[in-house]
Design a protein around this ligand. Structure first.
Ligand SMILES: CC(C)(COP(=O)(O)OP(=O)(O)OC[C@H]1O[C@@H](n2cnc3c(N)ncnc32)[C@H](O)[C@@H]1OP(=O)(O)O)[C@@H](O)C(=O)NCCC(=O)NCCS
Length: 181
């Protein structure tokens, strides 16, 4: 289903919105502190096994850099255009569910900046960029049922619940959004 071997499939970045700039993570470690504030926050990460520590965030950025090379896309840093501050991440990644590969849209926002529409604005731009650049028929978003804020973001972007799955021992909803006709 996925055109992963096609060198032509590459997400065009940066992606700019009214308030945000989404760009690939830097490969020199300069995004680690800002992303640690996002992914290391205990309350934000309550639907994950644990918040990330510094090494975990370094590894996480490394995996996005590998994805950019291998898949042509991965999670992007969300910068506040007004300040240049990194306030989260958002973007498409290849994810497996029940033995099949899909393009998934994901998002994480700095706790101090949550509730301001950042994930919705970034997610809408990534959704549109993914449909414009990638030839996937549809996007998914894997979300734990308890994660009401994330479900709400998916729904505001037009995703609907497709089915359930188990990932890492936990039930997840697979939200799905088909490519517009
Ligand atoms: C999910 C997340 C990215 C949302 O970011 P955000 O920038 O605050 O999202 P937005 O402001 O664009 O929209 C949030 C929506 O969720 C709603 N929401 C927030 N908290 C909620 C709650 N506890 N219950 C129900 N809805 C909630 C908001 O009201 C808003 O919807 P509305 O516009 O209809 O009012 C953010 O909460 C986060 O980073 N969570 C931790 C990481 C995470 O779980 N990522 C997703 C993994 S699947």
């Amino acid at each position: 289903m996925l055109p992963l071997s096609s060198a032509a499939v590459r997400l065009v970045t940066p992606i700019e919105t009214e308030r945000l700039r989404l760009r690939p993570f830097h490969d020199d470690g300069r995004d680690v502190d800002a992303l640690l504030a996002v992914l290391g926050d205990e309350r934000s990460m309550r639907f994950y096994p644990a918040p990330f520590d510094r090494d975990g965030v370094g590894g996480w950025i490394g995996r996005q850099l590998e994805r950019y090379e291998r898949d042509g896309f991965g999670l992007l840093a969300i910068e506040d255009r007004a300040t240049g501050e990194v306030i989260g991440d958002c973007g498409p990644t290849v994810q497996e569910a029940d033995g099949e590969s899909f393009v998934e849209l994901g998002w994480h926002v700095l706790r101090a900046r949550q509730g301001q529409g950042v994930a919705t604005e970034a997610g809408a731009a990534c959704r549109d960029a993914a449909f414009a650049s990638l030839d996937s028929w549809f996007l998914i978003s894997l979300i734990r049922p308890e994660n009401r804020p994330s479900r709400r973001v998916a729904e505001k972007l037009g995703f609907e619940v497709w089915r359930g799955t188990i990932r890492a021992g936990w039930g997840h909803l697979i939200y799905r959004l088909d490519r517009p006709a």
